[in-house]
Write a new protein. Structure first.
Length: 216
């Protein structure tokens, strides 16, 4: 558990979540089905309004396996998620989900959390696109950290954008979407550019070469 030094700008919403499962699409933010926003019922919240939780998420290239200088197939990315409780009181039942898109494959066993328990993502039979962490409790004015590594896979030729966004649930189960702190847009997914190789070409004169698009 770490003390909050700075907070990130984010919009917090409260909602009733009716048993829907989050889905990560290839080129969009996570989709939440049957999500009904509820601005009434103050007994659902601590204090006079919404819980002030923010979720910041950053990404870093940590293994450039082909020494290309850019993110390409086979490289490894490291994600860091900070879940901040900006209230003066502690928050219970904090749970984090992260569903990776098809351009990423989780390095199973790489999920770390500063608080609570990794529920899904470190077990031998866990799949390579799902992360679940039971952070449980964050004291007022502190934040918890979740980190994981993923391999870059399934890139299209040329320029790609890899999307990733986590979602956190607290009392009473309302979603708090992660925010990329490097942008001014609130609650936006964390993006990183990646480049897939073009297929090899054989020219009319018999010359064979790789149409790399200048990325390699």
């Amino acid at each position: 558990m770490k003390k909050v030094i700075t907070t990130m700008s984010a919009i917090t919403i409260a909602a009733q979540f009716n048993g829907a499962q989050a889905e990560q699409t290839e080129q969009s933010q996570p989709v939440y089905n049957d999500l009904q926003v509820d601005y009434a019922g103050e007994n659902n919240f601590q204090g006079s309004g919404f819980l002030d939780l923010t979720v910041g998420k950053t990404v870093e290239l940590i293994a450039d396996n082909d020494a290309s200088g850019t993110v390409t197939t086979g490289d490894t990315l490291a994600y860091r998620i900070e879940v901040s409780n900006n209230e003066s009181f502690g928050v219970n039942n904090v749970y984090l989900y992260d569903y990776l898109e098809t351009k990423l494959s989780l390095n199973v066993g790489s999920v770390l959390t500063s608080d609570g328990t990794v529920v899904y993502g470190n077990n031998q039979n866990d799949n390579e696109w799902q992360i679940e962490v039971d952070i449980d409790f964050i004291p007022g004015g502190y934040y918890a950290v979740v980190e994981f590594e993923a391999e870059v896979v399934n890139l299209n030729p040329g320029h790609n954008v890899i999307y990733n966004e986590a979602v956190v649930y607290g009392i009473p189960g309302s979603p708090y979407f992660s925010d990329d702190p490097t942008t001014s847009e609130p609650d936006d997914p964390t993006l990183i550019d990646a480049y897939g190789a073009y297929p090899d070409l054989i020219f009319d004169d018999g010359f064979e070469g790789s149409a790399s698009g200048g990325f390699f």
